[in-house]
Design a protein around this ligand. Structure first.
Ligand code: ARG
Length: 490
């Protein structure tokens, strides 16, 4: 790289010495903000059209500028542009290329009324739109896979745990739906933040707006920001709230995925053997030939830490940052992009595992059947149904458990005489309460594990998810629609 020209840097006029090479390297964000290329061009075209409307560019100049910007985009897409730290970021790279395409005089007019501070805020909000849509789609695919498996396994009994101890029988379907609802709520959270992404920061300048007669309403409308321009120029360049929200919701999805992954990992462990994972989601050991390890799920569980870490980094970076723009804000991007990449991949991996797993009904049933006291609460409920106060019923069944332990058998193996010696309310019909499938069938309270309840819930959820998928729309951007023919595949 030759001598730094002030005109390469776009800000060198007042300096007599170039920046230290170390600062040059640390200051450069092009290595990661190159991901904002399409958004930067789109925002620039909206700005150029606006400059044309208010007469700061002639209509020929505005048109030439727009063609030039598309030309620049094509150059980048074709891999013809070399990144250099001297040009710091994507914004400067684009303008530098534009110079080459339309000449320095016209290219030099694009930045009128604009700063990289409002430019980068805009680019990030435009990027967020697509990112959120893609993540929502990923969540919906995973929840669909969960719901299909839940429906297919609505009758398969499973030992339900509290404190990791056998508690009461549930079903595999019920357990899978328990993992589905958190993700459904997350999809909603992303929808909420997408709706909040409706104000356009461009025209806020460095921090203090502009004395030029910028038409901010036009720019907002052209780019599809339904709420219009942002309402405070300092907030506009200092605010990263929606990115924080994206990180936080992503971290929460990470937490939910990690809990799902953990359950599936233990289900797949030979000690349980409740599911077989598809080979495509597992790897072997270089030493132990017999091993089939659930790496996909372990990675999903492990990577959730990154999502949490990224969300924390973003907020710590923002904490106590003075108004308005500070270079610290450049540190928002790597973690943001990382969260997006990690979450997109984790959702897809989890979907692969869930859709491809095979539930081993015999093993699930065997474990349920071999648990001696899984129906203790059912026995207490039986007494309640006979008019015994619950506290008393609890006490009586506790004594029955003790008796079974003494006889070294399970509750279900006690004789009716054993039970009726503990309470006179026990009768013949208690048999029907000491059967796992009958117990499950009775649990029809809304949201309960009865196969019929699980099937109904799964059907309702499937319809809801289909609606969500059908109504998932990208935020409409009139400019992008207008440019459709000219816009390359970025
Ligand atoms: N690369 C910068 C960022 O990501 C763009 C804005 C730079 N603004 C400035 N005044 N240096 O935040």
């Amino acid at each position: 790289m030759g001598v730094l020209m002030s005109d390469d840097r776009m800000w060198g006029g007042r300096f007599s010495e170039p920046p230290d090479s170390l600062l040059l390297r640390v200051n450069a964000s092009i290595g990661f903000d190159c991901r904002l290329l399409a958004q930067d061009i789109l925002g620039s075209i909206a700005h150029a059209r606006m400059l044309g409307r208010i007469g700061l560019l002639s209509s020929e100049q505005a048109e030439q500028m727009e063609d030039g910007l598309i030309g620049v985009l094509n150059r980048f897409v074709a891999g013809e542009v070399e990144y250099t730290d001297t040009l710091e970021d994507i914004h400067t790279h684009v303008e530098h290329e534009l110079r080459d395409v339309v000449g320095a005089d016209l290219a030099g007019r694009l930045h009128a009324g604009r700063s990289r501070n409002d430019q980068v805020a805009l680019d990030e909000l435009l990027w967020l739109r697509d990112a959120v849509s893609e993540i929502r789609t990923g969540i919906l695919k995973l929840t669909n896979a969960l719901v299909s498996q839940a429906e297919a396994n609505a009758t398969v009994p499973l030992v339900g745990l509290t404190h990791l101890q056998a508690a009461q029988p549930v079903t595999v379907g019920h357990h899978l739906l328990a993992h589905t609802f958190p993700l459904v709520r997350d999809e909603e959270r992303f929808g909420d933040l997408q709706r909040r992404n409706r104000f356009c920061p461009l025209g806020s300048g460095s921090l203090a707006g502009s004395p030029l007669p910028l038409d901010r309403e036009y720019v907002a409308e052209t780019l599809g920001f339904a709420g219009g321009p942002t309402r405070n120029s300092m907030d506009s360049v200092a605010d990263r709230d929606l990115l924080v929200e994206f990180q936080q919701v992503s971290a929460l999805v990470g937490v939910h995925l990690s809990r799902l992954a953990e359950d599936l990992i233990s289900w797949a462990a030979p000690t349980h053997g409740y599911i077989n994972l598809p080979d495509a989601c597992c790897t072997g050991s270089s030493l132990m030939p017999q091993k089939k390890n659930p790496d996909a799920l372990e990675l999903v569980r492990g990577k959730s830490a990154r999502l949490i870490g990224n969300a924390v980094q973003m907020q710590v970076m923002l904490k106590a940052l003075p108004m308005a723009y500070n270079k610290d804000l450049q540190e928002d991007k790597e973690a943001l992009f990382d969260s997006f990449d990690v979450l997109r991949d984790c959702l897809a991996l989890a979907t692969l595992c869930v859709a491809g797993m095979e539930v081993v009904e015999e093993r699930c049933r065997e474990t349920v059947m071999s648990d001696p006291h899984l129906l203790a609460t059912d026995l207490a409920d039986y007494l309640v149904s006979k008019g015994v106060p619950f506290r008393q019923a609890h006490e009586v069944v506790g004594a029955a458990v003790a008796q079974a332990e003494k006889k070294n058998c399970g509750l279900v193996e006690l004789e009716l005489s054993d039970l009726s010696s503990l309470h006179s309310a026990f009768e013949e019909d208690v048999e029907g309460w000491l059967d796992i499938d009958a117990s499950l069938r009775r649990r029809t309270t809304r949201g309960g594990p009865a196969p019929s309840a699980v099937s109904a819930e799964a059907k309702e959820l499937a319809a809801d998810l289909k609606n969500r998928m059908d109504s998932l729309q990208d935020i409409s951007c009139p400019l992008l629609t207008d440019l459709a023919g000219a816009w390359p595949d970025v």
